[in-house]
Design a binder for this molecule. Structure first.
Ligand code: KG4
Ligand code: ZN
Length: 332
């Protein structure tokens, strides 16, 4: 229809090449992701140079597939949104330059999107959430608690002081030789394990809701070396349980302190089913509403970029063709 807004969202900040098309900031018409797991798994982590080269090979194919699946052409797109940070600079630049070329050729607005802001709002593609709300972003690069008063008005109330939550999963998987990416491998092992060992939870002396996961990772390693007979399944279940309890403690503490009842989760670690179930049970018991993005909206994808792109489109927050990558971009 005449007033419909179709946003193409492009995501290339790390190792997933994503393109998604969202209608009027609500309906996901397509959300195509090309994973590079096969390329990076033999190195046990993302190799930046290989990631950017593969984005370059995949990006046009992914966009083309997203257009076909949505049943639209590039001429029908109202605006192109793209992640400009945080992330790997070479990877970011592939998406940015592609988006610029489309915006220039089709004479449509270019909209730079903060990747973290996209994780923050990914659940909005499927749920109605009232402002203000508290978001917990847990991904491979970030662990942040953010109070969202309205779109564009954010206050970070907690963050990691060392490893990100997903990074801790990845490192534990590596030291237990489970493979890459670690999160899904640890979750799989934990399914048949017992939460028999209580690892200490990191609590900040200053009373803040910051996180720390590097000590936990070391505790898993020390315990593994000292108890070679302990099943890896039990170690994974115990580690995962400690992470979930820590995340729950800090999130609910902040929600109570801020008198907020709406809790939203976002980021790759939210694909963990045990975590989702634990949050659901505990939050409902304590009187909070909790919202999760669908599984394909948790890990990096183009639709969540298109959602934020739509919000910025409404506010005419467009970028120039001089848009550059900002690898260290934060939420402010
Ligand atoms: O959001 P994301 O796709 O990329 C970043 O922005 O970092 O998150 C990737 C992270 C990785 O650390 C991965 O191991 C973790 O999310 N992850 C999981 C699960 N699936 C992905 N962690 C725990 N359980 C999972 N099922
Ligand atoms: Zn991400």
């Amino acid at each position: 229809m005449a007033n419909d807004v179709l946003v193409l969202g492009i995501e290339t900040s790390c190792d997933d090449t994503g393109a998604g098309i969202v209608l009027n900031g609500k309906k996901v018409l397509s959300n195509v992701v090309a994973s590079q797991i096969k390329i990076h798994e033999k190195y046990g982590g993302v190799v930046p140079e290989l990631a950017s080269r593969n984005h370059l090979e995949n990006v046009y194919y992914v966009i083309d597939k997203a257009l076909k699946e949505a049943g639209v052409t590039l001429d029908m797109i109202s605006a192109v949104a793209v992640t400009y940070g945080p992330g790997l600079v070479g990877s970011l630049l592939v998406g940015i330059e592609t988006a610029k070329a489309i915006a220039f050729a089709k004479k449509i607005p270019l909209i730079g999107v903060n990747h973290l802001e996209a994780h923050l709002f990914a659940a909005f593609l499927e749920h109605e959430v009232k402002f203000p709300f508290l978001t917990l972003i847990i991904s491979g690069g970030h662990t942040e608690l953010v109070v969202v008063k309205e779109f564009g008005n954010y206050e970070v109330t907690g963050e990691t002081r060392d490893d990100a939550c997903g990074e801790a999963f990845d490192k534990v998987a590596k030291l237990l030789e489970l493979g890459y990416p670690g999160g899904p491998k640890v979750e799989e092992m934990a399914k048949t394990g017992k939460k028999s060992f209580k690892f200490p939870k990191a609590v900040m002396k200053d009373g803040s809701s910051d996180f720390s996961f590097s000590g936990l990772k070391t505790a898993v390693l020390t315990h593994f070396k000292a108890n070679k007979n302990m099943a890896k399944e039990d170690l994974c279940a115990s580690f995962q349980n400690t992470v979930i309890e820590t995340l729950l403690d800090n999130t609910l503490k902040t929600a109570v302190e801020r008198n907020i009842t709406e809790i939203v989760l976002g980021g790759g670690v939210v694909a963990n089913k045990t975590l989702r179930e634990s949050f659901k049970v505990k939050c409902e018991k304590e009187g909070f509403n909790v919202y999760f993005p669908g599984f394909n909206l948790c890990t990096d994808n183009g639709a969540m970029i298109a959602y934020v792109g739509y919000q910025k489109f409404l506010r005419k927050q467009f970028s120039g063709l001089d848009l550059n990558a900002d690898p260290g971009l934060a939420i402010t």
